[in-house]
Write a protein that binds this ligand. Sequence first.
Ligand code: FEO
Length: 393
Amino acid sequence: MPEYNVPQISQDVYWVGVRDWNRRMFDALIPLPQGTTYNAYLVKGSKKTTLIDTVNPGFERELAGKVNQVADLADVDYLVMNHAEPDHAGAIPHVLNVSKAATLVTTEKGAKMAQEYYGVPEERMRTVADGDTIELGGKTLKFIEAPWLHWPETMFTYLIESKVLFPCDFLGSHTAAGFYDDEVEELIPFAKRYYGEIMMPFSKMGAKALDKIDDLNIELIAPSHGPIHRNPGRILEAYRKWTAGETEEKVIVVYVTMWNSTEAMIKTMVETLLGEGIEVALYNLINADLGDIAKDLVDSRAIVLGTPTVLGGMHPQAIYAAHLVKALRPPLKYGVVLSSYGWGGGALRQAGEILGPTKIEVVGALEVNGPPSDDDYEQIVEIARQLSAKITQ
Ligand code: FEO
């Protein structure tokens, strides 16, 4: 049997999760440059033992091996399912099969999902609502409904006596590095890209959840991805800012170019913005990492989208980016679209169709025929100055 590292994060609370160093993509959408973790936790009360969340399918044996080093998986009394997505709930059938008497604890919506996705029979489930508690003997689990973070059934679990919050996906980060927050140099950038990719579309629900846990005495935040926060204030403060939609004097510029005309327009835009003292995050969509773009969407006040015209519309990479901007619902206030075409336009029209329903105010839109002329460059400088004025006003 392999020997595992099973750290005790608080008295009788153990990390029994898995590090997935090699995973490079999540949901066929989110790049994972440093892999991720699926954190599960074992809580041993004097009378009852609880497993909080499980792990991604394929890691069942590792989870079982870790639990068995500090307890006996067959003797687990409760299995808490904070969230039904398979990276945390995929090993539920295995656990319930080994732990014959274990009861799955989840929200009402979670119970329906557990039944549908994992075939958990009703008689093996206990549904909990906001504020419900379960006594383990010297330890008490309190459940906090936190829906839409980022599925409808999500909840947090709070271990009252140990002052540990288990918020599942919320407050997490996709990195397999480190164990505690202060051991990861770039923790906040990693947490920020994770927030942008997963939680930003639900910022209002995130803010509500933060209000709900505001009066809890929290010493440790133990999320289901990435490092455990033993300095909870740092990540909570960052989430307060992000969920409130606080932005910087910053522009995210995303573009794609075919024969360098669009790139020439973008360069003039960027140079002018930098000259005006505006922070710029620049991405060529051909080699950009979606997670980096999501990270910079979290606190950019404006976006500049550059695209050539392809078959009467935007370049497909720009369509993808525009769709993501719409779907991720970043707190952008202003936008500019720059485009070039060979013999007929259409990209600006399509950008308007995709981004029109957002709250982004269009400060400028310019479509040029072929390489930009001196007049075009002058117009771009003027648009950049107007954008800068809007951003800093
Ligand atoms: Fe980490 Fe929504 O699952």
